[in-house]
Design a protein. Sequence first.
Lengths: 367, 353
Amino acid sequence: MTQIAAPGRYARPEQWPDVDLVDTDVHITPRSLDALLPHLPARWRDYIRESGVTGLESDLYPPGSPLSAIPGSRPAGGPPGSDPDLLRTQLLDAWGTRFAITHCIYGVDGIHNPDWAVAMARAVNDWQLAEWLSGEPRLRGSIVVAAQDPQRAADEIDRVGHLPEFVQVLMPVRARMPLGNRAFWPIYEAAARHGLAIGVYAGGAGGNPITPVGAPSYYLEEYVLLAQAFQAQLVSLVSEGVLVRFPELRIVLIEAGFTWLPPLMWRFDKNWKGLRREIPWVDRLPSEIVRESVRLTAQPLDEPDDPRQLLEVVEALGSDRMLMFSTDYPHRQFDDPVRSAPIGLSTDAMTRFLGGTALETYRLNGE
Amino acid sequence: MARPRPPLVDCDIHNELAPGSLRPYLPRRWQEYDETYGNRGDGGSSYPKGAPRAARTDAWPPSGLPAGGDLDFMREQLLDAYDVRYGILNCLSKANRQQNPEYAAALCRAVNEWQVQEWLEKEPRLRAGITVPYEEPALAAEEIDRAAAHPGFVQVLLLVRTDEPLGRRRYWPIYEAAVRNGLPVGVHFGGGRANPLTGSGWPSYYIEDHTAMAQAFQAQLVSLVLEGVFERFPDLKVVLIEGGFGWVPSVMWRMDKHWARLRDEVPHLTRKPSEYVREHVWFTTQPIEEPPDPRQLLTVFEHMGGTDRILFSTDYPHWDFDDPDRAIKARLDPETRARIFGGNAMALYGLNA
């Protein structure tokens, strides 16, 4: 298997410009379900104990898979991403991170019982505040909601959305309906009300096969095809008019890849020219709306061998304000940190990539 | 004077059935079944197209037949008008995805017989794909073995939205039969039966259905490669029809990147995923992606590793028809143009120049 190259110590590369670094994709997780129990009402603590529930981890990252953890990220007594001290030394200090945007993708989205899902989301948010966000000023969190119940999801956003520790609301790329659907609009309205971004993350509910042609056989296929699930959500968010109705809202596609975006915009624009009478509220080219409202975290880069070709794709995005640096910590997306950014960006574009765009997107400038 | 044009091969033309077209080709049992129960395919989910039968408004023939259903009018509007040397028919019927497997097989056989009698025997410029009941691979293989005897059939035709990813073993008898008969397998836009269009269920609009079709093609390409279909069938050629190609570099890079990390899971692959794509897979052009700067299309060709797998197509008579004279706005050198507009297709399908 691939080895970490000697110059590739997991740290900020020395040749990068000395500008604010914002890491827009950092995964945190409870050591175990027990860590959440103090934040749950007695009814749900009893329910969990009586039902024999031992954990709700997402199965998107099989614990033994070479993608799931960088070396040294597993603390004693917990999974990678469960120890704030280790995260400080291995990530924030080593990379000189000004801000890191954290996500907890604990299995709220897979729960069918809406009352339990709402209680779990609330518990995850209180746990994040208590264990991570209050004690580390470099971290900014993402509000977990039970998208199963959009009205109560909006209530949860209203409960914690005013806190400066939170900058984003998480929505799953695999939901029960495409994310543009009007049923979800109370969530977008609440996010817009509090100036929060909507982060669409890899993972979510089962129920529908991840591809339009059924469930794939291998984990490798499933991970590769996550990009297609993101594409469908982007098409939905634009077609249903979410981004026209909420022009201030920023949608961040997390861990989606991005090399697929230029050809998708070309196809979508062409179809809009022929079919726009079907969606008259989409009043300009889909690509214009996407460039304005959508941001993407950079890992996985899905880069070709020739860095020049990646640069050509970045140029084809038509905007240097869409891509945002990320490590996807603790997942192992790259071995040489120099390769965690497109090689050959102009200084301006690199500055925006490393932090500028994220500072704007998450409104971190006033800090 | 216009420069002489290279021979044009249109790799995606739709010959449309009219009501009653298949009747002469169906055994009595299936005629009666057809009249009593009829089509049971999609379970009713539907996205009304932007136009009746998704056709160009000017493609409805004066004969009263459906758009694409009248050979004389097709000659006038497409084959003669654009001096098409060869046209590949991909007949889109509901025959291939009926729930009743024997009915599906009988309908597919009737469609193929109808294609022979009404199209291939009447027009030497036309070739066709063999319609097969692809969710019943054993029956599909039988139909391939039967129909392939007619030289007008140059590929096996599947639709892209299948019940399971096409790399899975249940479909392998189709590939075996295709290779046995020396035919490429064409996978065309459309289909659908069991699975919602997205990992989050059904979207609301036809524009989403049409735009998201590319994701179905991507899923099939990934499945065919990662399941090792091309290891098992080294002579298999696959043509992805009406799925676009702008996304191909992105899928190749992404597969290669994650395969490098996770290859232990797929030890049946002996090469990088992108190498199988480069060797085994062809792409038709329509609906061609239209980047704001036409030169970006040339960049895509470069990222794909060349233009030897690109096949020009119009999708006549559908609303999103690509005009041979206007669809590709980038400036192509004469060799590249000749390859894309005809040479690649003639080599793939064994057509004489």
